[in-house]
Design a protein around this ligand. Structure first.
Ligand SMILES: Cc1cc2nc3c(=O)[nH]c(=O)nc-3n(C[C@H](O)[C@H](O)[C@H](O)COP(=O)(O)O)c2cc1C
Length: 225
């Protein structure tokens, strides 16, 4: 895949408006459900990348997905080096251009579906009900190009949701553990396709305060010529 000059693909320029606004929000979300029309829009937005977005709406499927996410988290606790890696990524030096700073992490874990990070600095009140929906992004293949297209599709979901005033959290633990990745496909999605990312979408919660902007590596560090 190559970067080429020319007009931006239709719709992408509009989505780029949301780039500055978008943050990974690990706080509890509001109680109101995400409108069906918005979910339909998110689902339609990934087809141009050959990907599929599965909204997990059925209560049984959601319960199984919650179990898969909890299982992935529990298994990772025993993966050698996992805890050390998480600590390194959450305790970067001040001038670091990557990592997940305390200003992007909550003071305590807010939901069992979410990755358990070391204590952060964001306030996180627990609302009576978190109305978030989980969407699972899948691809037919599982090669490098499929991963690249899944990344583009994930970006479209995150930016479209942000543009609609919604909050989002990418969740990849269930894909990082082979056993839970397989269980996600077979027992939650009933699909032969490959799960690439779970995306939590909902209305921003009641917590005050802006999530800190995470640092970025330089363009030269990430773009191969
Ligand atoms: C493919 C992918 C997987 C991610 N998985 C997780 C995850 O499992 N848990 C989590 O809290 N954040 C996850 N994130 C969010 C990243 O930590 C976040 O994008 C990064 O720290 C930059 O912060 P920002 O999204 O607020 O700009 C993931 C992001 C991507 C792109």
């Amino acid at each position: 895949m190559q970067v080429h000059t020319g007009p931006a693909e239709s719709g992408l320029a509009e989505l780029s408006r949301a780039i500055e606004e978008r943050r990974s929000d690990r706080r509890p979300f509001g109680a109101a459900p995400v409108p069906a029309s918005t979910i339909a829009r998110l689902v339609a937005g990934v087809t141009r990348y050959g990907a599929t977005l599965h909204p997990v709406i059925d209560p049984g499927a959601r319960r199984r997905l919650d179990e898969v996410l909890a299982d992935a988290g529990a298994r990772q606790r025993f993966v050698p080096g996992y805890a050390a890696e998480l600590t390194i990524w959450s305790h970067r030096w001040t001038a670091a251009r990557d990592g997940v700073p305390a200003a992007a992490r909550t003071v305590h874990a807010t939901h069992p579906d979410l990755r358990a990070f070391p204590r952060g600095a964001l306030a996180a009140a627990r609302p009576p009900h978190d109305g978030s929906i989980l969407l699972v992004l899948t691809t037919v293949g599982d090669e490098v190009l499929d991963h690249l297209l899944a990344g583009e599709a994930a970006s479209a979901v995150l930016l479209t949701a942000t543009d609609q005033g919604l909050a989002t959290t990418p969740l990849s633990q269930s894909q990082e553990v082979p056993a839970t990745r397989a269980r996600l496909a077979s027992s939650v999605l009933h699909s032969p396709d490959h799960p690439q990312l779970v995306i939590r979408v909902g209305h921003p919660g009641p917590d005050p305060g802006r999530i800190g902007r995470t640092p970025r590596r330089t363009l030269d560090a990430v773009l191969l010529h």
